[in-house]
Ligand binder design. Structure first.
Ligand SMILES: Cc1ncc(COP(=O)(O)O)c(C=O)c1O
Length: 465
């Protein structure tokens, strides 16, 4: 079973290394000792062995199944074959030799698809977010970001020369209003347009699975900054391919292309390729060329990378991912419908054992994200993770500090390849765990820890001996 291999690798990596390094060079000993702090809490981040398709997939970023089905590979091979005797490497930065015609042609196509003035293709979405924050805000400007933004935003903040870097409460318009108003009070240049604000948001948040109230945010920025000196960068990592006509993303779904200065799409998720796309106008593009060292002090993407991106985009543009996009919506709705109707569910929620905020009002939403967190008490995310792993399904537990202190969660990711039978199996497995926990809570069991977690911890104990 996959879970045995995985537990052995993950838990095996938690044995302390520092004490056995007394005679090793101090350089490596100190590194191991610094990681021992995480190992002591069994929280060292580790690489995971890859599972095969027999494990129920509630984790991967292959939302549209383009990778698993081989469709992106086939489209990529055809695209690459059409390139003839291409030079594999860009052989330089884009400010030097690396700015080749094929890359520019694909950028123009991608920009047209997204109804943007220009598109810049770079190595990853992470890099794209960092580069925007490195290059766009000027000295004295402000960056305002949603507190649940992806790590690439916090990395970008470190590169930025902006004078003000302030977060607002997740998806909360009142909090955004407070932060923006406080900037105007701090410095009159924000009122007159002498300084600018870049507001960082995401269409779908990767840990909450909720969707940003974009239209309201745009209206607020226009109201508070009529000079147009407050603009947005939106990370569409989780809406690329999944939301909007032909998977073009949330901005296009809402028809807000003209109101959003910068959109970042990623190709490593639904598209089944790799790379980041920065959609912007020519002014922002020039600022990237001029000031984003994270982009220009690096070789440009290679021809195979661009071919894989074009292959993915062609599938979107030709409507060939439409069916999968609908399947994702249908499977998420099926999950909500089934879990809410399950007899154990009400009890689990009443007892405060588990909650699925996105399921509670799902019928009121016109579209759904493919990410659905099961919110739990702290430590229970590990218990449920073990229970699901032993039922041959994979969804990762997320703990503090990634989620707020005193909480834990299992992050479910749904895909076009998930079937209704799989969802039934998932819900039965979660319900089994709930029933076992209810027995423990009511003192009807001699155990204090559920069975799968006991087994997992015993494997851990044998590995740590
Ligand atoms: C919200 C968000 N932005 C950016 C990224 C980074 O994308 P990429 O894999 O292209 O670096 C991710 C990937 O985890 C993400 O979830």
């Amino acid at each position: 079973m996959y879970y045995e291999t995985m537990l052995k690798e993950v838990l095996g990596a938690q044995s302390l290394r520092g004490p056995s390094m007394k005679n090793e060079p101090a350089f490596y000993r100190r590194l191991e000792q610094s990681m021992d702090a995480a190992r002591e809490k069994h929280a060292l981040n580790t690489l995971k062995p890859r599972w095969d398709d027999s494990v129920l997939d509630l984790t991967t970023s292959d939302f549209l199944s383009l990778s698993r089905s081989g469709r992106i590979r086939q489209a990529f091979q055809e695209e690459l074959a059409s390139r003839g005797d291409f030079r594999l490497s860009a052989s330089g930065s884009r400010t030097q030799y690396g700015n080749y015609d094929y890359l520019l042609e694909v950028e123009r196509e991608v920009a047209a698809f997204h109804r943007a003035e220009t598109a810049w293709i770079c190595h990853s979405g992470l890099l794209a977010n960092m580069a925007v924050l490195e290059a766009v805000p000027l000295p004295g400007d402000a960056i305002v970001w949603d507190e649940l933004s992806h790590a690439s935003t916090s990395l970008g903040l470190k590169l930025s020369v902006a004078a003000h870097k302030i977060s607002f409460q997740h998806n909360n318009i009142d909090s955004l209003r407070d932060v923006l108003s406080s900037l105007k009070e701090t410095d009159p240049a924000f009122k007159t347009g002498g300084k600018s604000v870049l507001i960082c948001i995401e269409s779908v948040y990767s840990m909450e699975g909720d969707i940003c109230p974009l239209r309201e945010f745009v209206e607020l920025a226009k109201e508070l900054f009529p000079a147009g000196n407050a603009q947005f960068v939106i990370d569409e990592a989780h809406s690329s391919g999944v939301l909007g006509a032909n998977g073009a993303g949330l901005v296009q779904l809402l028809g807000l292309e003209k109101d959003i200065a910068i959109r970042v799409h990623v190709c490593s998720k639904a598209l089944g390729a790799t790379g980041g796309v920065i959609l912007c106008n020519n002014t922002v593009r020039s600022a990237l060329v001029n000031s984003a060292r994270s982009l220009t002090y690096s070789g440009a993407p290679s021809v195979p990378m661009i071919a894989s991106i074009r292959a993915g985009y062609k599938l979107l543009m030709n409507g060939e991912t439409q069916k999968e996009q609908e399947e994702v919506q249908n499977i998420v709705k099926y999950f909500f419908e089934t879990i809410m109707a399950h007899p154990v569910w009400e009890e689990a929620m009443d007892e405060g054992l588990i909650s699925v905020p996105l399921a509670e009002d799902w019928e009121t939403r016109p579209f759904h994200s493919h990410i659905v967190p099961l919110k739990l008490r702290p430590r229970h995310e590990h218990y449920l993770f073990f229970h699901m792993a032993m039922a041959n399904m994979n969804a990762y537990p997320i703990s503090y500090p990634i989620v707020p202190k005193g909480t834990g969660r299992i992050r479910l990711v749904f895909h076009a390849h998930n079937t209704t039978e799989e969802i039934d199996r998932l819900i039965e497995t979660v319900s089994e765990w709930v029933l076992e926990m209810l027995e423990i809570e009511r003192g009807e069991s001699k155990n204090t820890v559920p069975s799968a977690a006991r087994l997992g911890y015993s494997i851990q104990a044998s590995l740590l001996k």
